[in-house]
Design a protein around this ligand. Structure first.
Ligand SMILES: C[S@@+](CC[C@H](N)C(=O)[O-])C[C@H]1O[C@@H](n2cnc3c(N)ncnc32)[C@H](O)[C@@H]1O
Length: 212
């Protein structure tokens, strides 16, 4: 058990190098081109990743919801959300990562997921309104000074009483991620209420909040 804790903490500390990629889209796309081949295997090495991500989705997504998954990647969160929601839109600027999800959708005959390959928020249709917006390990790729603007965009894309669900690592352990105070301040400043933070499985962080 102690070994797993140490392994997780060491692993998440290695993600600090991605700080230098924040906001550098071309670098990120090249990085995910390589990582897409082993992404699912790599995150699957820690069973807590999938388990805690599902907890975030269970808290943020309700039956019949219309969901947006920002930085959906290979679709671990997108597919799980699609089992609860009416419809899920996934957006990701890595055609390699989203390509893996397309393959899963085709193989699984999933009919309620729609995908957009491109950068959030620029290419996203501003007229859509969601009951739930989720994002797992993607907000970290925006530079810290842009995150408030991103949360404002998310707030505007939610219906009233809509929910946001975020899954990430704890910034107190891995500084490329937000600390609890940073994320709560950011969400409060753009208007979110009922902000709830849970630190889980040594390194992970689940945040849920509501648009009034
Ligand atoms: C660490 S992966 C997480 C994938 C998935 N959400 C998960 O938790 O397994 C981060 C993903 O976010 C995507 N991403 C980062 N910034 C983005 C942006 N501004 N617009 C669209 N996708 C973005 C990357 O391409 C990558 O696939």
């Amino acid at each position: 058990m102690g070994f797993v804790k140490i392994f997780r903490k060491l692993y998440i500390k290695t993600t600090n190098f991605t700080r230098s990629y924040q906001g550098r889209d071309k670098k990120l796309v090249s990085f995910y081109k390589l990582w897409s081949f082993c992404y699912d295997i790599s995150v699957g090495l820690d069973p807590a990743f999938g388990r805690e991500m599902k907890k975030m989705i269970d808290s943020a997504v309700r039956r019949g919801n219309f969901v947006l998954d920002i930085g959906c990647g290979t679709g671990i969160s997108t597919i799980y959300a699609s089992k609860i929601a009416n419809k899920v839109i996934g957006i990701d600027f890595s055609s390699d990562m989203i390509g893996k999800l397309k393959q899963k959708i085709n193989e699984g005959g999933i009919t309620n997921i729609e995908l957009i390959t491109g950068r959030f928020p620029e290419i996203f249709p501003k007229t859509l309104r969601f009951t739930s917006i989720i994002s797992s390990f993607a907000i970290v790729h925006f530079p810290p000074e842009e995150r408030k603007t991103i949360y404002k965009q998310i707030f505007d894309l939610l219906e009233n009483n809509g929910r946001i669900g975020l899954f990430s690592a704890q910034g107190e352990i891995a500084p490329s991620f937000e600390t609890k105070n940073e994320i709560i301040n950011n969400l409060e400043s753009v208007g979110f209420k009922n902000i709830h933070n849970s630190d889980v499985s040594d390194i992970y962080r689940i945040i849920t909040a509501e648009k009034p």
